[in-house]
Design a protein around this ligand. Sequence first.
Ligand SMILES: Nc1ncnc2c1ncn2[C@@H]1O[C@H](COP(=O)(O)OP(=O)(O)OP(=O)(O)O)[C@@H](O)[C@H]1O
Ligand SMILES: [Mg+2]
Length: 274
Amino acid sequence: MSVTEEAATTPNILLEAKDIVQVFGSGAGEITVLKGIDLQLRAGELTLLMGPSGSGKTTLLSILGCILTPTGGHLDVAGKSTEGLDSEGLADVRRKHVGFVFQGYNLFPTMTTTENVLLALDVRAALVVDPPAHAVSALDAVGLAHRANAYPAKLSGGEKQRVSIARALAGSPSVILADEPTAALDAENGKAVMALLSEVAKDPNRAVLAVTHDHRTIPYADRIIKIEDGYIVGEERPGETGDHGNGSHAAKKRRVTTTATKALGGRYRIRRHD
Ligand SMILES: Nc1ncnc2c1ncn2[C@@H]1O[C@H](COP(=O)(O)OP(=O)(O)OP(=O)(O)O)[C@@H](O)[C@H]1O
Ligand SMILES: [Mg+2]
């Protein structure tokens, strides 16, 4: 294969973790929670991280999102090494390149949906031309432009989670990390949120990783990584199982995504103002 052909077929890796180790505690209380994790996130993909409670999922997400510095290993985010960065340097990488979606939404109750998204732009010091327009565009991308002036208390759980996705998208970070984004939602809202994350991941400049216990999320995944007791024990690409008929994962993913996202009003593309 020529260099040009190789470049054309090599997936764009937006995050790469190598041999990540995390130890908590000391002495007799020391526990090794992550035991040498290798992981890559590629542009245009929704990856699910699945595993039992206590297997290290949230810890790994915190490390990938530069919230926690691992005991050992290497992490590149958006093509840059985080080696040797102090907490301010890591915070800078996080602000520029990572958007988080949490199970509990973490919205400020005294701010409208637009203000919650604007706050994220502020925190990121995102260089967008017109922040209010960017915020509305992010809300539009999650089907909530009509709720731009609503306060979180007036929103359903699914709507709150969609605002938190809009907030994660604000400033167009290249990596979106979601920790159990459907855990607090009923089946319908859970499907809508997964469909949305799946759409968000279609951006060729973005990768999405969602930690989940929820098997209902599987139809939306491009790739599933399984973690147990601090080790990656399996990886599958459900769409590449060889069944390319109508019953294939890819066909099923298309169907569920289309059905659930239609319910959101059919707006999924965040316009970039920067
Ligand atoms: N700051 C900490 N100090 C000590 N131990 C910790 C700390 N954070 C996590 N742990 C331990 O690390 C292990 C993995 O925790 P983690 O939260 O990553 O699991 P998880 O896979 O996200 O579980 P769940 O599915 O229940 O959310 C657990 O045994 C937990 O008690
Ligand atoms: Mg967890």
